[in-house]
Design a protein around this ligand. Structure first.
Ligand code: ZN
Length: 58
């Protein structure tokens, strides 16, 4: 596929075992398998990076 860089939509997984946060960019480098790069555990939960919303004060 192409080499599109989607830095704005980086999805991060958190290992439920050791709590390490593994970005999908790191996972793809390791064969595309969802796996903790620290302990090797396969159960990761998807977390979203904190999005700063600009709320207009009323
Ligand atoms: Zn882990």
């Amino acid at each position: 596929m192409g080499n599109m860089e989607n830095e704005a939509t980086v999805i991060v997984y958190e290992c439920v075992r050791c709590g390490a946060r593994v970005p999908t960019t790191d996972i793809e480098l390791r064969g595309g398998e969802i796996k903790c790069t620290v302990c090797g555990y396969r159960v990761l939960k998807k977390i979203r990076p904190p999005i700063v919303k600009r709320v207009k004060a009323i």
